[in-house]
Design a protein around this ligand. Structure first.
Ligand SMILES: NC(=O)c1ccc[n+]([C@@H]2O[C@H](COP(=O)([O-])OP(=O)(O)OC[C@H]3O[C@@H](n4cnc5c(N)ncnc54)[C@H](O)[C@@H]3O)[C@@H](O)[C@H]2O)c1
Length: 370
């Protein structure tokens, strides 16, 4: 199959959809990979490395988009819609529920659009999102520790303390993938950690791993208020699949925190859990101060570490790129639930029920179209 990897053009996006290793695996199976020059540069992968792996490089984005299967990281931008054509297969993060125009363009042009974020074996397991939550979770504590330093506006404490000086206190709300990864780094840096979740099974699992080293609490208004007041760092890592994040930390609770403390809301991409969050921030200007508390609210945290993110993303996507390239999309969709559930538009129809409902559009079951 002929595969195209465009350079990402979304603001601040520095990842690329394929590493040279991914190219190598595809060309070994006699597929052709055309990649836009400079596509991997910001993530630390040179044109030379891609060439050595067997890719064809081109200056022309149009040429890349002419390939049969387009592999990307972020949703196509409006200036890319004119590249869509019937029969094109597009594999990328799409988040179509927020993208009415893109949904329309994909549908009208008859693109087979596969969204990483809806690829699932069962609703609770989203393997294409897991690596990004792992990265965001680990980054959250690392970043917050940085902003606790006084030149950054923080209260001037070292998270791990030193002998004779108490260590800092991290409160993590939400103990799923991002929360557990935040916990791992917070413990590694020597912090006191309190983790809250609504699921007893999550709290139990954490207690089994960390014993008394971590305080686990049921997530409710009273426990959140008490924990947040004592915290130097509060991490928001809640997810209610398919819903906007609930507001769990009120303005009053934030006001009760000590000045120079740091909030990192990983869940900001779903609306955030802090009432004091009035806007998302970017990597260029990641924090703002409100009630004396530093708020970090970047919605694409993995973009700060594009090399790690690119490798982690490719690790999970390449097996599916290979499957589609080797057997064709129809065949794979019939056999593989992950690919089947990922197909959001096909032959001019919306094949994801939730997205069709969002836009009050007709839904077609993919199984009837295949
Ligand atoms: N900002 C970024 O760059 C970035 C990157 C990756 C992921 N995310 C976001 O991070 C969030 C967490 O993702 P995840 O993969 O860890 O999800 P997950 O499903 O693995 O974990 C979410 C956890 O939240 C818990 N939860 C639900 N309601 C709660 C409540 N009221 N109080 C406390 N806990 C509650 C759930 O029980 C679950 O354990 C998502 O919104 C995801 O989109 C953001």
């Amino acid at each position: 199959m002929k595969i195209g990897v465009p350079k990402e053009i979304k603001n601040h996006e520095q990842r690329v959809a394929m590493t040279p290793l991914g190219v190598q695996l595809l060309t070994r199976d006699n597929h052709q990979v055309k990649i836009e020059k400079g596509a991997g540069e910001a993530a630390g992968f040179s044109d030379e490395a891609y060439k050595e792996a067997g890719a064809l490089l081109t200056d022309s984005s149009a040429e890349v988009w002419q390939q049969e299967l387009i592999v990307k990281v972020k949703e196509p931008q409006a200036t890319e819609y004119h590249f869509f054509r019937e029969g094109m297969i597009l594999l990328t993060y799409l988040h179509l529920a927020n993208e009415p125009e893109l949904t329309n363009a994909l549908k009208e042009k008859g693109v087979t659009a596969i969204a990483y974020e809806t690829m699932t074996k069962d609703q609770s397991d989203l393997p294409m999102l897991t690596p990004m939550s792992q990265i965001a979770g680990r980054l959250s504590v690392q970043l917050a520790a940085h902003y606790l330093q006084s030149p950054k506006g923080g209260k001037g404490i070292l998270l791990g303390g030193v002998p004779g000086v108490e260590n800092g206190h991290v409160v993590i709300i939400g103990g799923g993938v991002a929360g557990q990864n935040a916990l791992q780094i917070a413990k590694g840096l020597g912090a006191h950690v309190t983790l809250l979740d609504v699921k007893p099974s999550v709290l139990q699992k954490i207690e089994e791993v960390y014993g008394n080293e971590v305080v686990t609490l049921m997530s409710n208004e009273v426990n959140i208020a008490q924990a947040v007041q004592k915290a130097d760092i509060v991490i928001g890592a809640v997810l209610i699949p398919g819903s906007k994040a609930p507001t769990l930390v009120t303005e009053e609770m934030v006001k009760a925190m000590k000045p120079g403390s740091v909030i990192v809301d990983i869940a900001v991409d779903q609306g955030g859990i802090f009432e004091t969050e009035d806007h998302t921030t970017t990597h260029d200007d990641p924090v703002y101060m409100k009630h004396g508390i530093l708020h970090y609210a970047v919605a694409n945290m993995p973009g700060a570490v594009p090399k790690t993110s690119t490798i982690a993303l490719t690790d999970v996507t390449i097996p599916y790129v290979l499957k589609i390239a080797n057997s064709g999309i129809e065949q794979v969709a019939k056999q593989d639930t992950m690919v089947y559930s990922g197909i959001n538009t096909y032959q001019g129809y919306i094949t994801n029920e939730a997205i069709a409902d969002t836009f009050n559009e007709d839904y077609r079951s993919l199984s009837k179209l295949l």
